[in-house]
Design a binder for this molecule. Structure first.
Ligand code: TSJ
Length: 648
């Protein structure tokens, strides 16, 4: 037997590796490609630790044609002397004892553990073979193999072929080289994913400022080097690359209660926040205590700065954390002992002590950076952006509040110019949204009070072309519509609260009227789509003509109908052409447009609304020529003949 020099003690040690072999999932989670990578990261992590402690600045990762992988660093080299307790070399301990990594904790061997903390012996246990070379003046070598134990019929793995050998061959190099062959009897696949290895190696290069990580894939002769002198500052820049101009990132680093904290912040013109956090180089996708501490520190500081700069006045409330979140890109990296992971995917930092430590360092560092003249612009931009976010937040709050006040129809009269109806059955109730105060006035006089509510829209309230949709939606009338309907908007939309089962838009047959229709449909399309889908939205159709003689009166809704009505009234007829709703008196408006027995209503389909939404993009976009063309072509938008479905 190859390991004939080994005694009972040693066999006991090797039993640890047998346990790994029997239940790999217990140690590396899975035997899928993820598990395969896991045993590579165990090795890489050891090299990273050496670099993080300041003893190495270069790591090489290599994939070979035979399917094996190697990692080399230029550190001190794994200790080669005999480990007093076990009587074997340090190298042997590292590869044959579970959790061997911690055995060498000398005070400067920091922060190892966590996700990959099971140690290099697990990689050895799950490999067909593993070779190590240590460069410490001379070259040291050792090999481990798996073999079939003929007595038990079981595979023994990670067995030393011989004790650590000092080849006596002189070398100027220093460091550790480890090459291993993942065991195909263990893993579902032994094919490494170069893409995911590169992603993690780059991340490690970002997180370890100045470290050079060299990757080589022998199969494709593919080579890649990562080195970031800016560390996580470069990381945050790379998150934002390819976009417009950003202010300079803010970087801070400090220590509190033995916890090392590093962060980099860069605000972007967008509205999304991208915060990446790490503990001991391990990503914490679910956040946790360090993120919480960072966010509260950031919010506290930036509020102080905003007051100092008089952007927030004494009477103003503080900005909220969310106000500063818009457009925030940040990387937070924390190094600490005894890490506890929580959460669904165990990627949330649970240690409560991390929170005050990170908050302390964040506040301290930001206050320092705030004095830096070079960053004045950066802080200015961040605070201005928060101010904008706060404004939007307050507007939304007000809209919500007025919506709440209007929850009951009794209160509906209190806000805006809504004339509500007295009936309590939503399925019978109708809301008329009427263009213009004068038509609105007529409608209020003419309506059936029990079932018809009227909301006048001011003469020309909405300059659709020049304003951004968001601004238009802040419009008072839109707020009143939201409040009156009782459904809420967007993700909070709830059809069961609907107070009017018919929502009827009444606007003139001209460009302004067309704009109002388009705008309202776009609003419904984007924020209350179900309202349209469920068939609650209508367009009222006032007549275009009145044909009359003596006390004979006939209304025509299009040119074809006009011819018919002329025939009906007979010789001596007169024609009145209606240019707008305002030209009709209350009785006429009732008779032609509001009276359920006689009026024409068009039920709006989702396609109509989608078309409106598309048009508004043209109307509000930057393409002046497109816009003019549209207005010209659609000056007579949506007359009766355009609509297929006409409902009474
Ligand atoms: F563990 C391992 F085999 F996976 C591995 C370890 C793999 C690789 C590629 C590198 C390493 C490694 C270990 N690089 N550097 C070290 N350093 C030590 O183990 C070491 C050296 C000196 C001292 C000391 O106190 O003098 C302590 C330690 C832990």
């Amino acid at each position: 037997m190859a390991n004939g020099t080994y005694n009972a003690e040693d066999i006991k040690i090797l039993e640890g590796l047998d346990a790994v072999r029997m239940r790999p999932g217990m140690y590396i989670g899975t035997t899928s490609v993820k598990g395969l990578h896991h045993i590579l990261w165990e090795i890489v992590d050891n090299a990273i630790d050496e670099a993080a402690n300041g003893f190495a600045d270069r790591i090489e990762v290599k994939l070979y044609k035979d399917g094996s992988a190697s990692v080399e660093d230029n550190g001190r080299g794994i200790p080669t002397d005999i480990h007093p307790k076990s009587g074997v070399s340090g190298v042997e301990v590292v590869f044959t004892q579970l959790h061997a990594g911690g055995k060498f904790n000398t005070g400067n061997y920091n922060y190892s553990g966590g996700l990959h903390g099971v140690g290099a012996s697990v990689t050895n246990a799950l490999s067909e073979w593993l070779k190590v070379e240590v460069y410490r003046g001379t070259v040291f070598k050792m090999e481990f193999h798996s073999f079939l134990d003929k007595e038990t019929g079981k595979i023994k793995s990670g067995v030393p072929v011989a004790p650590l050998l000092n080849t006596k061959e002189k070398t100027k190099k220093h460091g550790t080289f480890v090459r291993f062959m993942p065991d195909a009897r263990v893993f579902e696949t032994t094919e490494f994913s170069v893409e995911s290895i590169l992603k993690r190696l780059e991340e490690l290069a970002f997180l370890n400022k100045g470290l050079t990580i060299d990757f080589y894939d022998e199969k494709d002769d593919f080579h890649r080097v990562y080195n970031y002198e800016g560390g996580i500052t470069d990381f945050v820049k790379s998150l934002n690359k390819g976009s417009a101009l950003y202010p300079e990132p803010i970087y801070g680093k400090g220590e509190k209660d033995g916890i090392i904290v590093e962060f980099a912040i860069q605000h972007t013109p967008s509205y999304v926040d991208r915060v990446f956090s790490y503990v001991n180089n391990i990503p914490t996708g679910e956040g946790g205590m360090h993120e919480t501490g960072f966010r509260s520190g950031l919010t506290r500081c930036l509020n102080d700065f905003a007051r100092e700069r008089n952007i927030l006045k004494d009477k103003d409330d503080n900005f909220t954390g969310d106000d500063f979140k818009e457009g925030l890109s940040a990387v937070i990296s924390v190094k600490m002992h005894n890490v506890q992971f929580e959460g669904q995917t165990k990627t949330k930092l649970g240690n409560p002590e991390a929170r005050p430590a990170v908050e302390y360092v964040t506040v301290n560092e930001l206050s320092e950076q705030f004095k830096n003249k070079k960053l004045a612009k950066t802080f200015e931009i961040i605070i201005a952006k928060a101010a904008e976010a706060a404004k939007a937040r307050l507007a939304a709050q007000r809209a919500k509040q007025s919506a709440r006040q209007l929850k009951s129809l009794e209160n509906a009269n209190l806000v805006g110019k809504l004339a509500s109806c007295s009936g309590r059955k939503p399925e019978l109730n109708e809301l008329f949204i009427v263009e213009g105060d004068s038509a609105g006035g007529s409608a209020k006089q003419a309506r059936a009070r029990q079932t018809q509510a009227i909301l006048p829209l001011r003469g020309k309230p909405l300059n659709v072309e020049k304003k951004k949709l968001e601004q238009i939606l802040k419009n008072e009338e839109i707020g009143t519509i939201i409040a009156a309907l009782g459904t809420g908007i967007g993700s909070e939309f709830d059809l069961s609260g609907l107070k009017f089962h018919k929502v009827i838009i009444l606007s003139d047959a001209d460009v302004d009227g067309s704009h109002i229709r388009i705008l309202l449909l776009t609003f419904f399309f984007r924020y209350m789509r179900e309202l349209i889908n469920e068939g609650h939205v209508y367009i009222g159709m006032p007549p275009l003509y009145k044909v009359y003689k003596g006390n004979k009166e006939e209304y025509a809704y299009d040119d074809k109908e006009l011819a018919e009505k002329i025939e009906k009234v007979g010789k001596g007829y007169q024609i009145q052409r209606y240019k707008g709703l305002g030209e009709m008196d209350p009785a006429q408006l009732w008779e032609t447009t509001m009276c359920p027995e006689r009026r024409n209503l068009m039920q709006v389909t989702i396609e109509d609304a989608a078309e409106a939404d598309r048009l508004i993009t043209v109307l509000m976009g930057d393409e002046v020529a497109e816009r003019k063309k549209y207005i010209f072509e659609h000056a007579d938008f949506d007359r009766v003949d355009k609509f297929a479905k006409i409902k009474r």
